[in-house]
Design a protein around this ligand. Sequence first.
Ligand SMILES: Cc1ncc(COP(=O)(O)O)c(C=O)c1O
Length: 388
Amino acid sequence: MQFAERLQFLQANVFADMDRAKAKAKATGKEIVDLSLGSSDLTASERVIAAIEQSLRDRNTHGYLLHHGTQAFREAAANWYTKRFGIPVDAQTEVLSLIGSQEGTAHLPLALLNPGDFALLLDPGYPSHAGGVYLAGGQVYPMPLLAENDFLPVLADVPLPVLAQARMMVLSYPHNPTTAIAPLSFFERAVDFCRQHNLVLVHDFPYVDIFFDTASPPPSIFQADPHKEISIEFFTFSKSYNMGGFRIGYAIGNARLIQALRQIKAVVDFNQYKGILNGAIAALNAPDDSIKETVAIYQKRRDSFINALHRIGWQVPTPKATMYVWAKLPEPWANNSIEFCTQLVAATGVAVAPGAGFGKCGEGYVRFALVQDLEILEASVEKIASFL
Ligand SMILES: Cc1ncc(COP(=O)(O)O)c(C=O)c1O
């Protein structure tokens, strides 16, 4: 059998190595505490479950869902967005439902890149952003994110020959894995830059609700591009509403971009199940209580986990957003996050994500996902202390 060359780009995945390391540790009798994936241990609200249950009983929901989802879903998403950010959204032409936001960000390059074209991506960044570029036969230009630049890319550093062949830039703040928040002023600079170089600006925004210590939410890209001239933004129900397994998200953006992504998707899928769209509508229309509860839980976990790390002498900054902690590794692992993670899980059962899995500039860090109860998180810090 002969396989396409693009498969090679998809095989180098350190998370698959971590899965093997976890399985091996489990086989030797270790109890695994998995802090390596951003998959929430919290669950969807009763309101969402009831809406889906009711839909299941309605046999009219059992067929293919044609015509880019339902108008009710698109309206709920548009209304939610306008209520939050004060910018009007046309539900008919500027919203597209997705089978998770990852599906949308991974498919979008197929609509924008010809083989060999560049996409400018954050390094470290979410792995499927690069995966989607490779599927489209594009090239990735990684924009380094360094602590001294608050984990924002230096746009002026992108070489002109790359820009000449670049078609898109992908941003994502609050940022997985570094937890950084981008100020609106940075988004304004990014919009100017993308306009100047004729790039589509993609903003992946899964942590729109997961922020701490402030009443002002992180900015949306359309606050910098209010007429949606060059941008598309991706939202998910996986984080705010603990619906990761339901696979539901949406894009809001420039009508031509939405139309192009819709054309690509039309080849691939028939949209998410209507009952799940109904659950998502219930989530969007609900008062903020359940999101507030989720955020309060992550905040408590964050505080106790960071305190515990500080107590064992591991100084890490306190994240202002997301459900992660991004920690610089001490010696002797300062340049070998994969070795650290595989040894840690083998010795203690605690699984964390190696920074190198998110890109070259992630090396030297690990990412903890705060997806376990407080007591388990604190106990895992004890185990890490004994390992260190
Ligand atoms: C930046 C980013 N984008 C997308 C996703 C996946 O979202 P979804 O479950 O909607 O596919 C995640 C999940 O961790 C993420 O961190």
